[in-house]
Design a protein around this ligand. Structure first.
Ligand SMILES: *[C@@H]1O[C@H](CO)[C@@H](O)[C@H](O)[C@H]1NC(C)=O
Ligand SMILES: CC(=O)N[C@H]1CO[C@H](CO)[C@@H](O)[C@@H]1O
Length: 327
């Protein structure tokens, strides 16, 4: 819009001296340009330079799909909404999600991507890297570093509001992640490109045992898990990620230099949360919620620790396959 306004101001003195016919043609071409841009964004996809996000819609989406994660939902919602509103962020937004498998780390990143770019992870502005798929061989780490830098640079020069999701960071070879450190820092520009409007998301299991222990302690003491507070976990998570040789963040400059904005814990899921996942899955597939099926599917999951059987080992991960059997 700014460009359009500048164009009109620029053309105004010229237009004032033109005949009506030229004027009409000029006006038509300006309108045509705007319509063309709009249509292009409708049919293809546009990079949102100053993308606003509908936080109400995001919250609704989280609430109807993600269960038992009060901390993660709150932190992500606040962090992302604030970041997207800021027209001049000083650095890209970096989020590190921690927790066992099936707790919703991947799912919440997809919902987030979908709320920013309608096509979600299919969008040309959302890039997903899976450690074991994109960077399998330890011996080629130098090649991967160059590749990763070139990809990110290329992608961000296409769109400042790019989203990068790194899955299985715990399986990344130590040192590789530091290749992206310059992009996460407070630089205004690097070789003419600004990375300040990007979002980087890291997913890993690192720190999962710390989170589980905390949740179990709360449970044993009869305290509500909703009372677990972020400060109790955040610091421990960053330490665990930094000190664990298998975390991908081992001795990483990303943590050392405080370049991660939020360490987000994903709590292990209880029986009641698994049931919520089953209900959501049923609704999504267009079935009526049958509580008998819901309980049966939730009971089929394995729970830990052995004696107490409080938390689902695989979270909600295999809910949809288990459900197949009953439909
Ligand atoms: C934001 O999302 C909510 C819920 O989907 C919707 O009712 C509202 O109209 C949206 N607001 C804008 C500005 O699009
Ligand atoms: C222009 C450019 O460099 N695009 C890269 C964006 O990232 C993907 C990987 O997700 C690469 O395959 C593209 O080449």
């Amino acid at each position: 819009m700014k460009l359009l306004r500048a164009l009109i101001w620029l053309l105004l003195p010229v237009l004032a001296q033109c005949e009506p016919i030229t004027l009409t043609v000029g006006a038509l071409s300006v309108v045509g340009g705007a319509v063309y841009y709009g249509l292009q964004c409708y049919f293809q996809e546009c990079c949102f330079q100053n993308g606003a996000i509908n936080s109400t819609a995001l919250e609704l989406d989280f609430d109807s799909n993600i269960f038992g994660q009060h901390l993660a939902k709150r932190v992500i919602l606040k962090g992302v909404t604030g970041f997207m509103k800021n027209k001049h962020p000083k650095k890209p937004l970096t989020l590190s999600f921690h927790g066992w498998t099936g707790t919703g780390k991947n799912y919440i990143s997809q919902l987030l991507a979908r709320n920013i770019y309608g096509h979600g992870t299919e969008s040309q502005f959302v890039h997903q890297f899976v450690a074991t798929l994109h960077f399998p061989h330890a011996s080629q780490i130098d090649k991967y570093k160059d590749q990763l830098q070139a990809w990110i640079k290329g992608n961000v020069s296409n769109c400042e509001r790019s989203i990068f999701i790194f899955d299985e960071v715990d399986k990344m070879h130590p040192g590789l992640i530091d290749a992206i450190k310059p992009f996460l820092d407070y630089y205004e520009q690097l070789e003419g490109i600004s990375y300040r409007k990007c979002i980087f998301i890291f997913l890993s299991n690192a720190g999962g045992e710390i989170i589980s222990k905390l949740a179990l302690d709360f449970w044993k003491n009869g305290k509500k898990r909703e009372d677990i507070n972020l400060f109790e976990v955040e610091h421990q998570l960053s330490l665990a990620a930094f000190n664990n040789k298998d975390s991908g963040f081992w001795h990483s400059g990303l943590i050392d230099k405080n370049l991660i904005d939020f360490f987000v814990p994903f709590l292990p899921l209880e029986f009641q949360h698994v049931k919520m996942c089953v209900r959501a899955e049923l609704r999504q597939r267009g079935y009526e919620v049958d509580e008998e099926i819901v309980t049966k599917v939730a009971k089929e999951m394995t729970y830990f620790p052995k004696d107490e059987n409080v938390f689902s080992v695989k979270g909600c991960k295999v809910v949809s396959t288990k459900l197949e059997y009953y439909l």
